[in-house]
Design a protein around this ligand. Structure first.
Ligand SMILES: *Cc1c(COP(=O)(O)O)cnc(C)c1O
Length: 403
C-alpha cells in the first residue's frame, strides 16, 4: 500500500473489544465500598461463583484473580506437576501454554484444524500413536520418557473445540481434560456449555473478554474434591485460619469482592451480550460474504458459537491486499483490528517445546484478522468497517477484475 496518510482524528474510533458497563456495576461496587468489603472476603465472591456455576451448569465454581491463575490452579488440582507433559493448542493466547510451564510441566503443542481453527483431535491421536507408549496404565512419551497427563484444548474465538474425540482419546489413555474456555463463555458443544465438559474448565474476565470484572477468572468443575482443593490452594492453603497454620504452599489467587460485584452485574447482562456478539457476526457475514477473497469464520453444525471476536480470513491473491494491508488501512480510519496470535511453536518462549505441527496455525495467523466486535458498536459503525474493507478491495483488485 502506498497511501500512508495518518489516521483521520475526526473519525470515531471503533475498538476491537472493550468493556460494556451499563448495568448494576456502580450500585454493587458502591455497596462494597460503603460496607468496606473490598478484598478477598465478602458476599459477592460467593454470589458470583454461585451464579456462574448455575449459568454454565457445573456444580462448583472457584473465582480467581485472573484466567491464567485459574488455569494454573486447574493443572495443580489435577495433580499435574514437574516433568509431566500436557497437550495444548498451539493457536492460542500465550496464557494457556504459560500456565503449564509455571508448574514445571511441559507443553506439547498441537496444531489447529482448518475448518474451525481449534485443536485438531487427529493430531492428538497421531502424537499418541506415533510417539507414545502405554505401559502400566500410564501414557509415556517414548522420546522424552515423561508421562503424558492431560489435554488442554482451548476454545478459541468463542467456538468450542471438537470435544467428543478429545474426550474419547483422553478416556482411553487416562488423561485429564482441562478446558481453556477463557474466550468462549456461553458457547455450547452438542448442547453442553463449554467449561463444563472436561474435568475442569477455566474462564477469564479480563477487560477484552465477553464479560469482564476488570481482571478475573473462574475454575469450574463438577468434582467436589477438585473444587475444595482449588479453594484451598487459591487462598494460601490455610489449614488453621485462627493461628495461621499452613501445611502446604498455596497461592494468593482469590478474586477480590469488589471485582466479583462487577462480575455479578456483568453476568446479569450476559445473555444480551451474547445476542449482540451474534448480531455483530451476522452483520459482517451479510456484508462481507460476497467480497472476493474474504471468508468469515464459520461455526460447526453441532455447536453454538459466541463469536467473541468476529474474524475474517483474507486470501490476498483474490482480495487484492494482505491481512496486514487491511489492518493498516483500517487503522488509518481509526478502526481497530487484530491478527490471531503468533502460534506457540513460533514464540520465543515456547518454540523449544515438542509440537505436532501442520501448517494450519501459521497460515491462519498470517491470513486472519479480527474485526471490531465491541458490544457498544452500532449498525452505522459496522457499516463503516465494511465500507472500508470493500473500498480497499475495489482499489486493489477492482481494476484487475474489470480488465
Ligand atoms: C484471555 C485468555 C486467557 C487468560 O486470561 P487472563 O484473565 O487474562 O489471565 C487464557 N487463555 C485464553 C485462550 C485467553 O484468551
Amino acid at each position: 500500500m502506498t497511501d500512508q496518510a495518518p489516521a483521520d482524528a475526526s473519525l470515531k474510533p471503533l475498538p476491537l473489544s472493550v468493556p460494556f458497563l451499563h448495568g448494576n456495576e456502580w450500585q454493587y461496587v458502591k455497596e462494597c465500598l460503603d460496607g468496606g468489603w473490598v478484598s478477598s472476603a465478602g458476599a459477592y465472591v460467593e454470589e458470583f461463583e454461585r451464579r456462574v456455576a448455575r449459568f454454565v451448569g457445573t456444580k462448583h465454581a472457584v473465582a480467581t484473580v485472573n484466567g491464567t491463575a485459574a488455569l494454573q490452579t486447574a493443572l495443580l488440582v489435577a495433580g499435574i506437576g514437574p516433568g509431566d507433559e500436557v497437550l495444548v493448542s498451539t493457536l492460542t493466547f500465550i496464557a494457556s501454554a504459560n500456565a503449564i510451564r509455571y508448574i514445571g510441566a511441559h507443553p506439547v503443542l498441537i496444531d489447529a484444524e482448518e475448518r474451525h481453527w481449534q485443536m485438531d483431535p487427529e493430531l492428538v491421536e497421531r502424537f499418541i500413536t506415533e510417539r507414545c507408549a502405554w505401559s502400566n496404565g500410564r501414557l509415556m512419551n517414548r522420546q522424552t520418557g515423561r508421562p503424558v497427563r492431560a489435554i488442554l484444548p482451548v476454545h478459541v474465538l468463542g467456538h468450542p473445540a471438537a470435544m467428543a474425540p478429545i474426550l474419547e482419546t483422553a478416556a482411553k489413555f487416562n488423561l485429564t481434560v482441562i478446558e481453556d474456555a477463557a474466550e468462549s463463555l456461553g458457547a455450547r458443544y452438542r448442547g453442553t456449555m463449554v467449561g463444563g465438559i472436561g474435568a475442569i474448565g477455566c474462564l477469564s474476565f479480563n477487560g477484552n473478554k465477553t464479560m469482564t470484572t476488570g481482571g478475573g477468572g473462574m475454575l469450574l468443575t463438577n468434582d467436589d474434591t477438585l473444587a475444595e482443593r482449588a479453594r484451598y490452594l487459591t487462598t494460601q492453603a490455610k489449614d488453621d485460619p485462627i493461628r495461621y497454620i499452613h501445611h502446604e504452599m498455596g497461592y494468593n489467587f482469590r478474586m477480590p469482592n469488589v471485582l466479583a460485584a462487577i462480575g455479578c452485574a456483568q453476568l446479569e447482562q450476559l445473555p444480551g451480550f451474547l445476542e449482540k456478539k451474534r448480531r455483530i457476526h451476522a452483520f459482517y457475514c451479510d456484508r462481507l460474504q460476497h467480497v472476493p477473497g474474504l471468508r468469515m469464520f464459520e461455526a460447526a453444525g453441532d455447536v453454538e458459537c459466541t463469536y467473541w471476536l468476529s474474524t475474517v480470513r483474507v486470501d490476498p491473491a483474490t482480495f487484492g491486499a494482505s491481512q496486514e494491508d487491511l489492518r493498516q488501512e483500517l487503522e488509518r480510519q481509526r478502526i481497530q483490528s487484530r491478527p490471531l496470535w503468533q502460534p506457540m511453536h513460533l514464540s520465543r518462549v515456547h518454540r523449544d517445546c515438542e509440537a505436532v505441527i501442520t501448517d494450519v496455525a501459521e497460515r491462519l495467523a498470517a491470513e486472519c484478522l479480527s474485526l471490531p466486535s465491541s458490544l457498544e458498536l452500532e449498525e452505522d459503525d459496522l457499516q463503516r468497517v465494511c465500507d472500508a474493507i470493500e473500498a480497499l478491495h475495489k482499489r486493489c483488485a477492482g481494476g484487475r477484475a474489470a480488465a
